[in-house]
Design a protein around this ligand. Structure first.
Ligand code: MOS
Length: 754
C-alpha cells in the first residue's frame, strides 16, 4: 500500500497561518540588536546636527550670534532663518498626508516664534557631542509677545472647525431636543471632564540620517510611520526629483501617532545634507521630543437624562480642545457618544481653541481615548444613581444600528464582549456599594467601561513575487511601529500560497515599494493586508492556472477551487495525494518568477451603508491605599471584538500595550505647562511619568468571535487603538467603587483622591 503524502490538519482551511499565534518574524533581529533604527545607520564622513530650541512661546528673534559656535574646530555650519537657502515655502508644498487644515509649521522660515521649543537654529559639526556643545554657544535674543497657553483661561474663545479632507467627521446634527429632555428627565447627571496634555514619548527618539551620495541623490533613514509621506514631503519642500530620494524606515521604535507627520528633524537633516553636500544625522533629545505634536488638552461636558428604568432620554456631549495658531487640528471626540447609545434627544458639539503651542498630533486612538472616557464615566455615575449595574445600563441602551447615521453596524459583538469580559473578570461577585471591598488598609474597587474605535481602510498596493524555488517576496511601503506588520503580512501571504513562514519575506518601510498609506488608525491590516491578499491571490491563480493546464499533471483539468496549496505544493482538495510542487509547475511553464501587483480599495458601498467599528468591554480592579491614596491597577480584562484576528499573539500584545498606555492616561501622564513662560516644565521622562513594570499587573485579553464579510476581504478590522479606549474610564470607575471618590480630571493623581 502506498502511503498518502501527509498534509497535516493545520494546513487545511481556514488556513495554516491566518488566525494562528505566530512568533514575530522580526523578533530575533529585534532582540539581538540586528534591527537598525533611523539614528543607527552610519556612513563615512557623517556629520551631526543639533537643534537649538526657542525659550519663548511667542514673539520674534531679534538677534542670533553663532560666532562662538562657529569658532570651534569641527563645527561646520550653523543654519538659521537668516542664512537658510530659499526653498519652496508655499503652504501646499508643506502639506503632508496627515496635515490638518491650515498652514504647516516651516522651520527656519523667518524670525517669528509661534511656540516654545520651536527650532531656531541647527548646528552641524563633525561629532554629535561637539554639535550639542556648540548649540549651547549660539546666542539667541528674542522680543517676546504676549502668549496664551492656558486652555482653561481661554475656553470661551473657541471656533467650530469646518469639515477637513482627512478622517475628521464633524459631529452629526442634533436629534430631538436634548436640553429640554434633560430638564424633564427623571434622573440626570451633568458633569465636566478635563484631561491633560500628553506627549507620545516613544522609546526611539525622532531621528533622520541622510546619506548624501556623490551624484547628489539622497538615502534618508527616517523615523516615520510613512516612508512615502516623508519622501513626498522632502521632495516638495526641497524641490528634489522623486527619483533622487529614497526614504527607508525598516524598524520604528514605537510611534503611535508621533511619526504620522514628517517632523522638523527630517527637514533639518535634509537641509544640512543638501547645503553642505555631506551626509548628516539629526536626532532629537528627549526634551526636544516635546517640541512637536501632543495629545491635546480637552475640556468636556457630558449630561445624561434617563427614566428610572435606565432608558436614556437626553444625551449632551460637548468638547473644547486646544489647537495651534497655524493649523486646525481636529479629533473625533464627541461623536462616539451618539454612536454608542440609543437615545432620541442628542446634542454633540465640538470646538477648538487656538493656543500658542505646536499643533497637536494623533496619539493612540486620538479623540476616542479622550471622548469615550467622559461618556463612560458619566454612564457609571448614572448607573450608580439609578442603583443599576453598569453593564445592565449599557445593555438597556444598546443599539445594533448607528444612531448617528441610521445605518446598521457591519458587525458588532459588544454584547459578547460584556458577557465574556464579565465572566472572565468575575463581575457577578461585585458588591455594588462603594468602599464595600477591602483587604486591610487597601480599598478594592471594580469598574468597567465600553470602548469603540473605527474600522478604517485606505487604498494600498502590494507586489508579490514567487520564485521557482518556492520562495515568495512581498512588499508594500507600509511601516511596522512594533505592531507586528512584518509578521501578519507574512502570515497572510504564506497562507494564500501554502508556504511555511520562513519561505516568505515581507518588505516595508521603503518609499520605493508599492504605495501604502501612513501606518495609523489601526487600518494597516485592513488596507495593506487586503492588498497583500489581492496580490497573492493573483499569484495563486496564475500558478493554479498553470498546474491545471499541465499535460499529464496530477491536477490536469480540475477546477481552480478544487486546488489547495500547502507545503510548497499544489494538491487536489478531494485527494491530496494528487499533488505537484510549485517548482515543478513553474519549470513546466518555463517561468523563473511569477510577479503580480494589486491594489486594495475600500468597500465604499459597504462603508456608505454600514458603520464599521471595533468594540470592547474593559474591566479593571484597583487597590487604593486608604492612607496614601496610591492606586495599583491589579487586574484588567479587555474583551475586544475586532473581526477576524490575523495573529492572536501580536494582536494581544497590541491590546496589552494599549492597556498599559491607558493606565498611564488614567493615573500618570500629563505634560504640565508653566503658563507664565508658555513652556512645558516636565519635558523629560524623569518627570513626565509613564507606567513602569511595577505599575503593570495582570492584563487579560479576550478576542470575541466576530464574523464580518463587509469590512474587507480579510474580515479583519484591525486592533491597537481599541485597546486604550475603555481603559481610563474603567480605572476611574473602579477608583470610585473602591473609595467613593469620583475623579473627572485625568490623570487621577494621589492629590485628587485624598
Ligand atoms: Mo495611530 S495615533 O493612528 O499612529
Amino acid at each position: 500500500m502506498i502511503a498518502k503524502p501527509s498534509i497535516p490538519d493545520v494546513l487545511t482551511e481556514p488556513g495554516a497561518h491566518i488566525g494562528r499565534p505566530a512568533r514575530r518574524v522580526d523578533g530575533r533581529l529585534k532582540v539581538t540588536g540586528g534591527a537598525k533604527y533611523a539614528a543607527e545607520f552610519s556612513t563615512p564622513g557623517l556629520a551631526h546636527g543639533y537643534i537649538v530650541s526657542s525659550t519663548i512661546a511667542r514673539g520674534r528673534i531679534t538677534r542670533i550670534d553663532a560666532s562662538a559656535a562657529l569658532a570651534l574646530p569641527g563645527v561646520l555650519h550653523v543654519f538659521t532663518h537668516e542664512n537658510r537657502p530659499s526653498l519652496a515655502w508655499f503652504d501646499r508644498k508643506w502639506k503632508d498626508e496627515d496635515a490638518p487644515k491650515g498652514s504647516p509649521f516651516r522651520p527656519l522660515y523667518d524670525a517669528e516664534i509661534i511656540h516654545s521649543l520651536q527650532p531656531v537654529a541647527l548646528v552641524v559639526a563633525d561629532s554629535f557631542e561637539l554639535a550639542r556643545y556648540a548649540a549651547r554657544l549660539v546666542e539667541v535674543e528674542y522680543e517676546a509677545a504676549p502668549h496664551r497657553t492656558d486652555l482653561h483661561a481661554h475656553r470661551d474663545d473657541t471656533y467650530t472647525p469646518g469639515k477637513d479632507k482627512g478622517g475628521f467627521e464633524p459631529p452629526p446634527k442634533p436629534r430631538g431636543d436634548a436640553d429640554k429632555a434633560l430638564a424633564e428627565a427623571e434622573m440626570t447627571v451633568d458633569l465636566e471632564f478635563t484631561q491633560a496634555t500628553e506627549h507620545h514619548n516613544p522609546m526611539e527618539m525622532h531621528a533622520s540620517t541622510v546619506v548624501h551620495h556623490e551624484d547628489g541623490t539622497l538615502t534618508v533613514y527616517d523615523k516615520t510611520q510613512g516612508a512615502q509621506n516623508s519622501h513626498t514631503w522632502i521632495c516638495n519642500v526641497f524641490d528634489l526629483p522623486k527619483s533622487g530620494v529614497r526614504v527607508l524606515s525598516p524598524f520604528v521604535g514605537g510611534a503611535f501617532g508621533s511619526g504620522l507627520r514628517p517632523q522638523h528633524q527630517l527637514f533639518m537633516a535634509v537641509l544640512a545634507a543638501t547645503q553642505l553636500k555631506r551626509s548628516v544625522r539629526v536626532e532629537l533629545s528627549r526634551p526636544q521630543m516635546f517640541s512637536f505634536g501632543h495629545r491635546p488638552e480637552t475640556i468636556q461636558r457630558v449630561a445624561l437624562g434617563a427614566s428610572r428604568d435606565g432608558t436614556l432620554t437626553a444625551l449632551i456631549h460637548e468638547a473644547v480642545q486646544e489647537s495651534s495658531q497655524n493649523e486646525n487640528y481636529v479629533e473625533v471626540v464627541v461623536n462616539w457618544s451618539g454612536q454608542q447609545y440609543k437615545c432620541d434627544n442628542v446634542r454633540l458639539d465640538y470646538k477648538l481653541c487656538r493656543l500658542d503651542v505646536h499643533t497637536p498630533l494623533d496619539q493612540r486612538a486620538p479623540g476616542a481615548a479622550t471622548g469615550v472616557p467622559a461618556i463612560e464615566i458619566a454612564m457609571d455615575e448614572l448607573a450608580h444613581k439609578l442603583g443599576m449595574d453598569p453593564i445592565e445600563l449599557r445593555l438597556k441602551n444598546y443599539t445594533d444600528v448607528d444612531p448617528n447615521t441610521g445605518n446598521p453596524f457591519s458587525s458588532k459583538e459588544l454584547r459578547a464582549c460584556f458577557a465574556q469580559g464579565a465572566e472572565r473578570f468575575g463581575w457577578a461577585g461585585r458588591n455594588p456599594t462603594p468602599r464595600s471591598m477591602r483587604d486591610g488598609r487597601q480599598l478594592i474597587g471594580w469598574g468597567m467601561a465600553a470602548g469603540v474605535w473605527d474600522a478604517m481602510q485606505g487604498q494600498a498596493v502590494a507586489k508579490a513575487k514567487l520564485g521557482i524555488d518556492g520562495k515568495l517576496v512581498v512588499g508594500s511601503a507600509t511601516a511596522d511601529i512594533g505592531t507586528g506588520t512584518y509578521t501578519v503580512m507574512t502570515q497572510i501571504a504564506a497562507d494564500i500560497l501554502g508556504l511555511p513562514l520562513d519561505d516568505v519575506a515581507f518588505h516595508l518601510g521603503d518609499s520605493s515599494l508599492p504605495m501604502a498609506p501612513i501606518e495609523g488608525g489601526s487600518w494597516t491590516v485592513s488596507s495593506v493586508g487586503s492588498a497583500v491578499k489581492a496580490a497573492c491571490d493573483r499569484v495563486r491563480d496564475r500558478l493554479v492556472g498553470l498546474a491545471i493546464k499541465m499535460d499529464d499533471g496530477p491536477l490536469a483539468g480540475i477546477g481552480n477551487e478544487e486546488v489547495i496549496l500547502a507545503d510548497g505544493h499544489l494538491a487536489a482538495r478531494a485527494d491530496p495525494s494528487r499533488r505537484v510542487s510549485i517548482t515543478a509547475v513553474m519549470r513546466a511553464a518555463g517561468l523563473l518568477t511569477i510577479e503580480e501587483e494589486a491594489r486594495s480599495i475600500p468597500y465604499y458601498l459597504a462603508r456608505s451603508r454600514h458603520t464599521l467599528a471595533t468594540h470592547s468591554a474593559v474591566f479593571a480592579e484597583v487597590r487604593v491605599d486608604e492612607d496614601l491614596g496610591t492606586v495599583q491597577v491589579t487586574r484588567v480584562v479587555s474583551a475586544v471584538a475586532a473581526g477576524r484576528i490575523i495573529n492572536p499573539k501580536t494582536a494581544a500584545s497590541q491590546i496589552m500595550g494599549a492597556v498599559v498606555w491607558g493606565i498611564g492616561m488614567a493615573l500618570e501622564e500629563e505634560t504640565l505647562t508653566d503658563h507664565t513662560l508658555g513652556r512645558y516644565v516636565n519635558h523629560d521622562i524623569a518627570e513626565y511619568h509613564i507606567p513602569v513594570n511595577a505599575d503593570v499587573h495582570d492584563i487579560d485579553v479576550i478576542f470575541v468571535e466576530e464574523h464580518d464579510d463587509l469590512v474587507n476581504p480579510l474580515g479583519a478590522k484591525g486592533v491597537g487603538e481599541i485597546g486604550i479606549v475603555g481603559v481610563p474610564a474603567a480605572i476611574s470607575n473602579a477608583i470610585f467603587h473602591a473609595t467613593g471618590v469620583r475623579v473627572r480630571d485625568l490623570p487621577i493623581t494621589v492629590d485628587k483622591i485624598l
